[in-house]
Write a protein that binds this ligand. Structure first.
Ligand SMILES: Nc1nc2c(ncn2[C@@H]2O[C@H](COP(=O)(O)OP(=O)(O)OP(=O)(O)O)[C@@H](O)[C@H]2O)c(=O)[nH]1
Ligand SMILES: [Mg+2]
Length: 404
């Protein structure tokens, strides 16, 4: 089983009317029985995420969705969920059937998708039961009109499936692959020191994803990673006969680490590195400035991408609110959301503070940042807000300012 984290995989969503064969296409593309197929319209209800290894493309996540023509109150709720799921889609396959005369709904969705900047591909499924061959001309025209490539397939007989799979990899957006985490900030052969406190929030027996990914990125770039706790950091630094190129710390021990690390060694945090890797560091750096204007009673949204069980003195639930209130010297009105439910209406918030986003992909993080930008609400992340409340934002953001 491939262990590429879900957040680093190309996300391909499949949308279309009920019963067009969306689930069957996923099964055909992957040669596996991953989605339930049935002749009953409305089989797929909530979006279904399937991590797969795809020939030529490597690790991907397929997102199977409910029909875009689903009806009734539950139907419209399902459509909303599909829309939310599309926020994470790097590519979207719009599936239609050969004899469908009315493609106005598909056109509406395509125009919405174009705004979301997801790469779009059209596939015509069930060509094995087309009433006539007329559909080809009609769809070539549709493809020209919308400027989107179209492919003809049958999930049942397998016709055109290999070609569609190859085309997915050919048309995959080049931008989905995230940049380096830290490798581009330091020279090959240089030393990066990682500071990882083993506190109550640390999971038993393992490191967390951003720490593992940072270590791997250091190795990919032929640098050297040394990992230590904050209590042993001072001795670690003394034991090195070469100045480290960077120190990367968990934001929660920023203050301690800031005092230990000499000023001539660049210092940053995992969550700040993740902010750049996952999203738009410039926008998040701009967003953090909003704390200077926060007043007692202002509404602040804290967004977590995963649905972990909050622990005692949880970073998002307790520490950040406490540090922020002490920074502004007054009480704030906090709300929290977790998982996929990023709100549509953000206008009531004075600022949004997002976690590092290790459980979501770059596309979803960027669309959350975009949503805030459109609503005129500043967004920043845990690492930057902690640095700002501890008065060391300038120091930890210097690394990026130098690299521009
Ligand atoms: N003849 C033929 N039947 C197909 C093809 N692809 C799917 N089907 C059939 O069409 C029906 C619907 O397939 P699904 O994959 O469940 O369709 P869906 O779009 O996921 O449907 P919902 O989840 O209900 O929205 C099933 O009976 C499939 O066996 C195809 O290429 N040819
Ligand atoms: Mg289905």
């Amino acid at each position: 089983m491939n262990k590429t984290p879900k957040g680093s995989r190309l996300h391909i969503a499949i949308i279309g009317k009920r019963n067009v064969g969306k689930s069957a296409i996923i099964n055909a593309l992957t040669h596996q029985d991953v989605s339930i197929v049935s002749s009953h319209p409305g089989t797929t209800t909530d979006p279904v995420y399937k991590a797969m290894e795809l020939h030529n493309l490597g690790p991907v996540v397929f997102i199977d969705t409910a029909g875009i023509d689903d009806i009734g109150a539950i139907g419209s709720e399902r459509i909303k969920r599909t829309e939310k799921a599309l926020e994470a889609a790097d590519m979207t396959l719009v599936l239609i059937t050969p004899d469908d005369e009315d493609l106005s709904l598909e056109k509406e969705w395509i125009s919405k998708l174009k705004d979301k900047k997801t790469k779009i591909i059209i596939a015509v499924n069930k060509i094995d039961i087309a009433k006539s061959q007329d559909y080809k001309n009609k769809l070539f025209y549709f493809s020209k009109e919308t400027n989107i490539p179209v492919f003809f397939v049958s999930a049942k007989t397998g016709e055109g499936i290999d070609n569609l799979r190859d085309s997915l990899s050919k048309h995959a957006p080049s931008s989905w692959e995230a940049p380096c985490i830290v490798g581009d900030l330091i020279e090959p052969g240089s030393i990066a020191v990682l500071v990882v406190p083993i506190d109550i929030e640390a999971p038993k027996g393992r490191l967390i994803l951003p720490q593992v990914q940072t270590l791997r990125d250091i190795l990919d770039n032929n640098s050297v990673g040394i990992i230590t706790k904050e209590s042993t950091l001072s001795d670690t630094l003394k034991s090195l006969n070469k100045k480290p190129a960077i120190v990367i710390t968990d934001s929660q021990v920023f203050e301690t680490v800031n005092k230990i690390v000499p000023k001539n060694i660049p210092l940053t945090s995992f969550s700040i590195l993740m902010a750049r890797y996952k999203g738009d560091i410039e926008e998040l750096l701009k967003g953090v400035e909003a704390i200077k204007k926060l007043k007692p009673g202002d509404k602040v949204l804290i967004a977590e991408a995963c649905t972990h069980h909050p622990v005692e003195d949880d970073i998002g639930r307790e520490k950040i609110p406490r540090w922020l209130e002490s920074y502004i010297n007054g009480n704030l009105d906090f709300s929290w959301i977790s998982g996929k439910d990023f709100p549509d209406n953000l206008s009531e918030y004075k600022m949004v503070i997002h976690c590092g986003g290790c459980m979501i992909n770059r596309k979803e993080m960027i669309s959350r940042i975009q949503k805030c930008k459109e609503a005129g609400v500043p967004i920043t992340n845990y690492g930057l807000i902690i640095a700002a409340t501890k008065g060391i934002l300038d120091r930890v953001s210097q690394v990026f300012i130098n690299s521009r």
